[in-house]
Design a protein around this ligand. Structure first.
Ligand code: BT5
Length: 327
């Protein structure tokens, strides 16, 4: 079964609630009864448990938590984020794959396209660091074509961090923190990382890849010990497996909402939200910025997404990219 392009239209009419008869399905969708049977079989092969009653028809008993495109698109209320989905049981890296697609022909990749993998064999973090991505997590990339100068890129990372923090808050009533620039932490442990990449020419961004890695239901016990100590998953926090499909759908809706605000140049609204989740405003920190260690107190975040730091010698500096160090 080709999971990339698979489409099972009857799924939008089947539910865990009421039965729906084969006749009603074939009337609604203009499919023959044999087509309906075939789609039911496909769903069963994918791990759906479907109750079949000769009189009443079909009803879903349980569905697998696989990030299949038609599940993500099912009743998704966005206009473009998540409306095109490429799904892979395994990839090296969703960012690397997306980059390859964009370099081949960006016009073929609509804005809001998602590239999703169940696991990544070569997931990447910033500065070439490794991102561990076993099954059970959410590893995806979102494609954007913002009207933006390359210097505006850090804002996309900030916006994405707000969207993820908000999604986690809304779905699980959990307060997470954003660690500048690209980490989402719960009690100082990393639950999510963001990797934004772009291509630009003549002072304008051509495309952006927003890579998002979230530890959801994946098992952290296989992580190297040092990373394990500093990581956490949503399953680990809430005590139960979460619905990754519902998470991705919610993320798409929030992402589109914020991206629309972003496109209208209303970044101060996003910054205000960012400040409420910030990990470090008012804190004394040390950071590695381009190989130099800088120490000071974080005063604020700037309109461009730079951290404003009051150095120990009293000087105010803006840091556009760097890694916060442990104190
Ligand atoms: C990041 O880098 O946090 C960006 C991670 C982006 C991952 C997504 S997944 C989908 C897309 N496709 C990709 O290939 N990548 C993106 P950075 O701030 O450099 O953090 C990397 C560091 O986090 C590593 O050096 C480890 O210490 C730690 N780490 C690695 N895997 C982790 C995980 N699953 N959970 C928590 N921490 C992890």
């Amino acid at each position: 079964m080709d999971l990339k392009s698979i489409d099972i239209p009857i799924l939008s009419y089947l539910s865990e609630g009421l039965f729906i008869s084969g006749e009603e399905l074939s009337n609604k969708l203009a499919f023959s009864r044999i087509d309906i049977e075939r789609q039911i079989q496909q769903l069963t092969q994918l791990g759906y448990d479907i109750s079949v009653d000769n009189q009443k028809g079909y009803r879903i008993i349980s569905r697998p938590d696989i990030l299949l495109p038609f599940e993500i698109k099912n009743k998704l209320t966005t206009n473009y984020i998540g409306q095109t989905v490429y799904y892979f049981p395994e990839l090296t890296s969703t960012n690397a794959f997306a980059r390859q697609k964009l370099l081949e022909k960006a016009e073929k990749v609509p804005e809001g396209t998602l590239f999703i993998a169940e696991k990544q064999s070569d997931g990447v973090g910033r500065l070439g660091r490794q991102w561990i991505s076993p099954s059970g997590g959410i590893w995806l990339s979102i494609i954007l074509y913002p009207q933006l100068a390359p210097s505006g890129m850090p804002r996309i990372t900030l916006m994405t961090a707000v969207v993820i923090a908000k999604t986690i808050h809304q779905l699980f009533s959990l307060k997470v923190n954003i660690k500048w620039p690209n980490d989402i932490l719960f009690h100082d442990k990393k639950v999510c990382g963001i990797l934004t990449e772009m291509s630009a020419n003549t002072g304008k961004i051509r495309w952006v890849i927003v890579g998002i890695g979230i530890n959801t239901n994946n098992d952290l016990s296989e992580f190297p010990e040092d990373i394990q100590k500093e990581s956490i998953s949503l399953k680990g926090i809430t005590g139960e497996a979460i619905s990754r499909i519902a998470f991705v759908q919610h993320l798409c809706v929030e992402f589109e909402k914020y991206y629309e605000v972003f496109q209208k140049n209303d970044f101060s609204f996003i910054l205000d939200e960012w400040r409420t989740y910030s990990h470090c405003i008012g804190e004394k920190i040390k950071m590695n910025a381009g190989g130099k260690v800088i120490a000071g107190e974080v005063i604020d975040i700037s309109e461009e997404g730079a951290l404003i730091l009051k150095k120990d010698n009293g000087r105010i500096v803006k840091i556009i990219s760097g890694t916060l160090l442990k104190q």
